[in-house]
Design a protein around this ligand. Structure first.
Ligand code: HEC
Length: 137
């Protein structure tokens, strides 16, 4: 667990962000703060096992999340159609991940549509991120 995550300042920022929804536009949060914001909006605790299930299985279409990202978020993935390399999704293995809410939401929207034919709910995003945060170095 990173130091300071539960500091007063970060709690206040989180409250502010979830209440005013200002932080959805290009506001930097730590991955843990982003998870807390998703969970607050979902109104239920995130479940890593459910996130893993969503990520590693198909949902009636050709691809699963793992098709491009592999089933192991600690390693590099490869785009199923362009072949472009994709850096690991787990924040412990890629410090850039989940630090920009706008970026995370943009890719969640696009990728969930590709894999599930719809956007992911905020609860599903929380589950996936909670699972990604279980990977430690
Ligand atoms: C067709 C290939 C493909 C599939 C399938 C796919 N992704 Fe991605 N994903 C990408 C690419 C490309 C990026 C953006 C490049 C990057 O950030 O490295 C990305 C980025 C992301 C990000 C941005 C993380 C951040 O904040 O930096 C998230 C979250 C994500 N994907 C989740 C998912 C989930 C959940 C699924 C399944 C519902 C999924 N992806 C399926 C290709 C894919």
């Amino acid at each position: 667990m990173q130091p300071g995550i539960f500091s007063k300042a970060s709690q206040l920022r989180l409250l502010f962000c979830s209440a005013v929804a200002l932080c959805s536009v290009a506001h930097a949060l730590t991955p843990a703060e982003q998870l807390a914001a998703y969970s607050t909006r979902a109104g239920v605790a995130a479940q890593p096992a459910r996130g893993e299930q969503l990520f590693t299985t198909k949902h009636g279409k050709e691809w699963s999340c793992a098709t491009c990202h592999t089933a192991s978020p600690t390693v590099e993935g490869k785009h199923a159609s362009t072949g472009k390399l994709i850096t690991p999704l787990a924040p412990a293995f890629n410090p850039d991940r989940f630090t920009d809410t706008a970026k995370s939401d943009k890719w969640f929207r696009r990728n969930c549509n590709d894999v599930m034919g719809r956007e992911c709910t905020v609860g599903e995003k929380a589950d996936v991120l909670a699972w990604l945060l279980t990977f430690k170095r």
